[in-house]
Design a protein around this ligand. Structure first.
Ligand code: CUA
Length: 226
């Protein structure tokens, strides 16, 4: 989860989020190089005293400064497309979780197992325990196994919501009348926090998501006790 003064991306907990961070850093590096170059050129123009009275055209420089940016853009476009299709890949999921957005809470269904369904509400600040995270902890957490492919089906019952977990690189809109699909793979145990990220009404900020990533044998134990 994001802690105090963290302005960057959260630590990744899935291979896809790792790729997203790599792409972010790559794009940022290109951006910084362009900004420095253009900034330097604009700054140096202030101190330029030379004037070319016979300058009417410069076809060579125009060729260069048209084609060069186009090539630089390709270095962003191709990794971006690779990532886009990688995010859409479904790799034979071993567990499917259905999450339904409501105003203003999430409800979950483990359709693979016999009728496991529950609602997940945010814990209000006045009921929070001392080790709880304000506006982020919920009464019923999602429990899912680490090191396995997990499919998420997202929909909504009233208005559009968005099921978003930054550490896993997951962000899917839940839309009434539609069933959206995504998948992820958690490569470590722990708690992963998320929030709804589609402006869905007065209590939009108060419908967080918590995933408990556990080893597979613990998950089987949890499933059979429900
Ligand atoms: Cu649900 Cu914002």
């Amino acid at each position: 989860m994001s802690t105090w003064a963290n302005l960057g991306l959260q630590d990744s907990a899935s291979p896809l989020m790792e790729q997203l961070i790599f792409f972010h850093d790559h794009a940022l590096l290109i951006l910084v190089m362009i900004t420095v170059l253009v900034g330097y050129l604009m700054f140096m123009l202030f101190f330029n005293n030379y004037v070319n009275r016979f300058l009417l055209h410069g076809q060579l420089i125009e060729m260069i400064w048209t084609i060069l940016p186009a090539i630089i853009l390709l270095f962003i476009a191709f990794p971006s497309l690779r990532l886009l299709y990688l995010l859409d890949e479904i790799n034979e999921p071993s567990v499917t979780l259905k999450s339904i957005g409501h105003q203003w809470y999430w409800s979950y269904e483990y359709s693979d197992f016999n009728d496991i369904e529950f609602d997940s509400y945010m814990i209000p600040t006045n009921e929070l325990s001392t080790d709880g995270f304000r506006l982020l902890d919920v009464d019923n957490r999602i429990v899912l196994p680490m090191n396995s492919q997990i499919r998420i089906l997202v929909t909504a019952a009233d208005v559009i919501h968005s099921w978003t977990i930054p550490a896993l690189g997951v962000k899917v809109d839940g839309t009434p009348g539609r069933l959206n699909q995504t998948n992820f793979f958690m490569n470590r145990p722990g708690l992963f926090y998320g929030q709804c990220s589609e402006i869905c009404g007065a209590n939009h900020s108060f419908m967080p998501i918590v995933i408990e990533s556990v080893p597979t044998n613990y998950f089987i134990k949890w499933i059979s006790n429900n």
